[in-house]
Ligand binder design. Structure first.
Ligand SMILES: [Zn+2]
Length: 188
């Protein structure tokens, strides 16, 4: 990676860390209890009404090379491709997790995402397209931001949060997640 790229990632991470959600939320009622659910090996998926797995799978657009390397997924199956992306992020971070299970909650749009964030943290989302909540081990993302690099960034936060016994500083976590995002974006 060029030094200028690394510098940009670090600056981006510092900016994000100022608005990163705290690890903990007093009220975890996110309204997803009755949402449509699908199960992958590493994640339970909750989809807001009207959101279809097939359209999310097309938006994820996971490269065939990632599916082959992970030994998971197929071109038309969202859950398998989510598992393949999880394994890809583990590989990029060189952090292997066994017995991991989290949740991915897909909002219908940015307004719902922002509303949930405000309900959980009582502050504004500040333009973030997704976020991870350690307290309920859930990734929140809006359907129109459902790209592999954005989802991969949040999966990286989930992996980092479960890999270390003592968590690295928040800014270090953000740099690592941004590195994953950069690597996934390079595949375009
Ligand atoms: Zn982040």
């Amino acid at each position: 990676m060029k030094r200028s790229c690394l510098l940009k990632i670090c600056l981006f991470a510092l900016a994000l860390s100022l608005t990163a959600p705290a690890f903990g939320a007093d009220d975890l009622d996110d309204g997803f209890d009755a949402a449509q659910q699908a199960n992958a090996e590493y994640f339970d998926l909750y989809l807001a009404p009207g959101i279809e797995q097939q359209s999310l799978n097309r938006a994820l657009n996971l490269p065939a090379s990632d599916r082959i390397l992970s030994g998971r997924g197929s071109s038309d199956e969202l859950t398998g491709n989510i598992d393949a992306l999880f394994l890809r992020v583990c590989s990029i971070l060189d952090m292997r997790l066994y017995n991991y299970k989290g949740s991915i909650k897909v909002c219908r749009d940015f307004n719902q995402l922002r509303s949930i964030y405000e309900r959980l943290f009582d502050k504004d989302l500040s333009g973030q397209k997704s976020f991870y909540v350690f307290s309920n081990n859930s990734i929140y993302i809006s359907a129109d931001s459902f790209k592999r690099e954005i989802l991969g960034h949040e999966i990286a936060h989930a992996i980092i949060s479960h890999y270390f016994v003592v968590l690295p500083p928040v800014k270090v976590q953000e740099v690592l997640a941004c590195y994953v995002e950069y690597q996934l974006r390079k595949g375009d």
